[in-house]
Design a protein around this ligand. Structure first.
Ligand SMILES: [Zn+2]
Length: 301
């Protein structure tokens, strides 16, 4: 009987152990699931609705004062040649010139050079003008201010071609290109499109006339500064100028500048005013034309 009882106990124990061991996962699993499903998370304190920022008064952009339509500069038209065009002197100011004065036009070729400022300072000190015929290929940035000085001094630019060739020895296309390249350079400094032309060496023929669409200007008096000149030889020529002379000089020589500096007060004493070529022609009513022989005589009206 005891044995039977012990067996029952044993079996029960085994059964129970088996039972509990097989149930164990369920038992252990159950709480987890239960926790998961039942533990309602404390409703986290609903965050105070963050104060919606006052719509910052969106600064209505002041209508920016509509800029006055800046008189849109008319785009400068590309320069175009006009055969035998008359030289326009409507913008040439001659109000400062004494109608009773003897007039002489000083011209300085082959610049820009390092003597531009010296020559211009002398002209400005004496209230005189001149024409500066520019050899385009001589230009470099270092001369920018000297070029601007020509304009601020009220002087005139002229066109002495780009490479300074004999225009009589090159083709029609080359003549036009020589003149155009320097014309375009001078336009950048003045806003003007047209400039008198001095053919290198004063050399022109029918082909040159046909292909230079600006009046050409030579001279009535050559100082010879280019031809073994000296201070004395240049001064001697200058002190003997006559009314209406167009005087050939070069901006390349110090002695030319020095002779000019010293002769100007003397010429003033003699009743001369020194002017640009365009001023001389306007004062004397001399009409210049493009595609014509170079002017090479005194302009006496
Ligand atoms: Zn020259």
């Amino acid at each position: 009987m005891k044995k039977l009882l012990a067996l029952i106990c044993a079996l029960t124990a085994v059964f129970c152990v088996g039972c509990s061991s097989s149930d164990k996962p369920a038992e252990t699993a159950a709480p987890t699931e239960a926790v998961a499903s039942t533990v309602t998370p404390e409703p986290s304190a609903t965050p105070e609705p963050t104060a919606t920022p006052e719509p910052t008064a969106t600064p209505t952009p002041e209508p920016t004062a509509t800029p006055e339509p800046t008189a849109t500069p008319e785009p400068t038209p590309v320069w175009e040649p006009v055969f035998e065009k008359e030289w326009d002197v409507s913008d040439v100011d001659i109000s400062w010139i004494d109608p009773e004065a003897k007039l002489v036009a000083f011209t300085f070729d082959d610049g820009p050079t390092k003597f531009y400022d010296d020559i211009l300072n002398t002209l400005e000190e004496n209230n005189m003008h001149a024409t500066f015929f520019v050899w385009g290929q001589q230009y470099r940035d270092a001369f920018k201010e000297a070029m601007e000085h020509v304009v601020s001094a009220g002087c005139e630019f002229g066109n002495h071609t780009w490479k300074h060739p004999y225009l009589t020895k090159i083709s029609a296309e080359e003549i036009q290109a020589e003149v155009e390249q320097t014309r375009a350079l001078l336009e950048t400094f003045t806003g003007k499109q047209e400039f008198l032309v001095r053919p290198p060496y004063g050399s022109a023929n029918a082909d040159v006339k046909a292909n230079v669409f600006f009046p050409m200007i030579n001279w009535s008096l050559d100082t010879g500064d280019w031809n073994s000149g000296t201070y004395d030889s240049v001064y001697e020529k200058l002190v003997n100028v006559k009314d209406g002379d167009i005087v050939l000089m070069h901006a390349s020589y110090k002695y030319t500048y020095e002779a000019v500096r010293d002769v100007i007060p003397v010429l003033k004493e003699q009743g001369f005013q020194i002017v640009s070529v365009s001023e001389l022609c306007k004062m004397r009513g001399k009409t210049l034309k493009a595609n014509a022989a170079p002017l090479g005589a005194r302009v006496t009206g």
